[in-house]
Design a protein around this ligand. Structure first.
Ligand SMILES: Cc1cc2nc3c(=O)[nH]c(=O)nc-3n(C[C@H](O)[C@H](O)[C@H](O)COP(=O)(O)O)c2cc1C
Length: 216
């Protein structure tokens, strides 16, 4: 797959098949993600991959917390939509409208089930950085995560980067042995895309003129 196809065919996948993803494949895509740039080559990232029984234990705990309506407490604070800058509020509203147009009255049920089941993904990757690093390391981890997702796409796999995976950090911390001196930043669910309506969502992007300023 060429790089442009990998970039344009990557969409967040919210329903996966049961087909497992093997250790070798996970190792390969993480090895490629390590090629991402980082501040003075500090390489602040770590990945904890839950498959098989570990994934089952996490998924069971998550289903209970999610359906009980327990309040999430991710290591990185969330911010209410009203507090975001106006352009970002508009973009987020656009995404919500596209989802509503696609799922109609089934929206709450389908998205609720997707969240509670951790999208049914056979592999759950938890991305961390040490607590003792500057904010620059979040930039580095973002580059790492996107490289990982493109490497997955190149192998015919699909992903979703998801707050949902780190909403209740104790699930992954306890089951995967993530130490307290690491911040659990985000999860990436990995697997094969299921043939489900929710996966046909293709989000818009603001026009490039709104993003780019060139002067000469
Ligand atoms: C840090 C981060 C966290 C996200 N968390 C969730 C999530 O919890 N649930 C979800 O359905 N999508 C989540 N997403 C996916 C975004 O909604 C998605 O990337 C965005 O709508 C753009 O769509 P695309 O990834 O299909 O291009 C997250 C994305 C990022 C980058």
């Amino acid at each position: 797959m060429d790089l442009t196809t990998a970039i344009t065919s990557r969409h967040s996948t919210r329903a996966f098949t049961d087909e497992p993803v093997g250790r070798e494949t996970i190792t390969e895509i993480v090895a490629l993600a390590r090629r991402a740039p980082s501040w003075v080559d500090s390489q602040p990232w770590r990945v904890y991959a839950a498959i098989g029984a570990a994934r089952e234990r996490i998924a069971r705990r998550h289903a209970e917390s999610s359906t009980s309506g327990a309040r999430g407490r991710s290591d990185i604070a969330t911010m209410h939509r009203d507090q975001w800058a106006s352009a970002q509020q508009r973009n987020m509203a656009g995404m919500s409208e596209s989802l509503l147009a696609l799922l109609g009255p089934d929206l709450e049920r389908v998205t609720g089930e997707a969240r509670a089941s951790l999208f049914g993904a056979p592999a759950l990757l938890y991305l961390t950085i040490p607590r003792a690093v500057p904010q620059w390391s979040l930039y580095d981890l973002g580059a790492f995560a996107q490289t990982l997702m493109l490497a997955a796409r190149d192998r015919g796999l699909d992903t979703i980067p998801a707050y949902e995976l780190v909403r209740y950090p104790a699930e992954a911390r306890e089951e995967m042995g993530i130490p307290d001196d690491e911040i659990l930043v985000v999860g990436v669910a990995l697997g094969h895309r299921a043939d489900a309506l929710i996966n046909s969502l293709v989000t818009d992007r603001a026009p490039v003129e709104q993003v780019l300023t060139i002067r000469d």
